[in-house]
Design a protein around this ligand. Structure first.
Ligand code: PEP
Length: 248
């Protein structure tokens, strides 16, 4: 039986004061949460997340990482730096990074490898755009995104990773994939990995992300291949985020 993981992606939101209140409210509402819980915060707030969450059930992580270890890469943050703040997770290949910041499959694969080399657990985001879904190439797109990782790091690397299936058309749009649509892609991903390594596939956590809310979380998480969620907007509201965690 796989554990479920609910991770918040705060994106570029927050302030020291707001985070203090949000983290405090999350910590005080965890009693009936069975799932693993994490928050992925903007880089400047990693120290705050560590100070507030160390010793609690809530893990923390970052939303991006450089593919480079060190050097003249102004503005970048290395995996070793994330380790200094005891991050457990780092999101790689979020669709906003891919589409707004030009991250290619190859760059994402390098970032994934850099995260793992440093001992971090990458949360690898994959997913198709609306045009791709309508063109019937969802599986081909997800497959291509996974192949870049498999070619760079091998299937065994997925023993220490999380995949988040996030259809781009569902992120921040209020339009969620139906449980059946999401399950179909999750099952496709697991079958693809199973063909390479059944054990890895069986234990692989595949989260769903894209407008998950308290109101739709339970039916999504009830699907056999959906192992929790990557939560954007709803993770900024403690009540809503905790309700999603409870649903997992
Ligand atoms: C995300 O940022 O990964 C995400 C899924 O966002 P939202 O939940 O707001 O759609």
């Amino acid at each position: 039986m796989r554990r479920k993981l609910v991770a918040g992606n705060w994106k570029m939101h927050g302030s020291l004061a707001d985070n203090e209140a949000l983290l405090g409210a999350i910590l005080s509402g965890l009693h009936d949460v069975k799932a693993d819980v994490a928050v992925c915060v903007p880089f400047p707030y990693l120290a705050q997340a560590k100070a507030r969450l160390a010793g609690s059930r809530v893990a923390w992580g970052a939303q991006n990482v450089s593919q480079y270890a060190r050097g003249a890469y102004t503005g970048e943050v290395s995996a070793a730096m994330l380790n200094d703040f005891e991050c457990r997770y780092v999101i790689v290949g979020h669709s906003e990074r891919r589409t707004l910041f030009g991250e290619t499959d190859a760059v994402v694969a390098e970032k994934y490898a850099a995260a793992q080399t440093a001992g971090l657990i990458p949360i690898l985001c994959v997913g198709e755009t609306l045009e791709e879904r309508e063109a019937g190439v969802t599986e081909a797109v997800v497959s291509r995104q996974l192949d870049a990782i498999l070619a760079r790091s091998g299937v065994i690397s997925l023993a220490n990773a999380v995949i988040a299936y996030e259809p781009v058309w569902a992120i921040g749009t209020g339009r969620t994939a139906t449980p059946e649509q999401a399950q179909a892609v999750h099952a496709f991903i697991r079958a693809k990995i199973r063909a390479l390594d059944a054990e890895v596939a069986e234990h692989l956590i595949i989260q769903y992300g894209g407008s998950v809310k308290a109101a739709n979380a339970a039916e999504l998480f009830a699907q056999p291949d959906i192992d929790g969620g990557l939560i954007g907007g709803a993770s900024l509201n403690a009540e809503e985020f905790l309700a999603i965690c409870r649903a997992a």
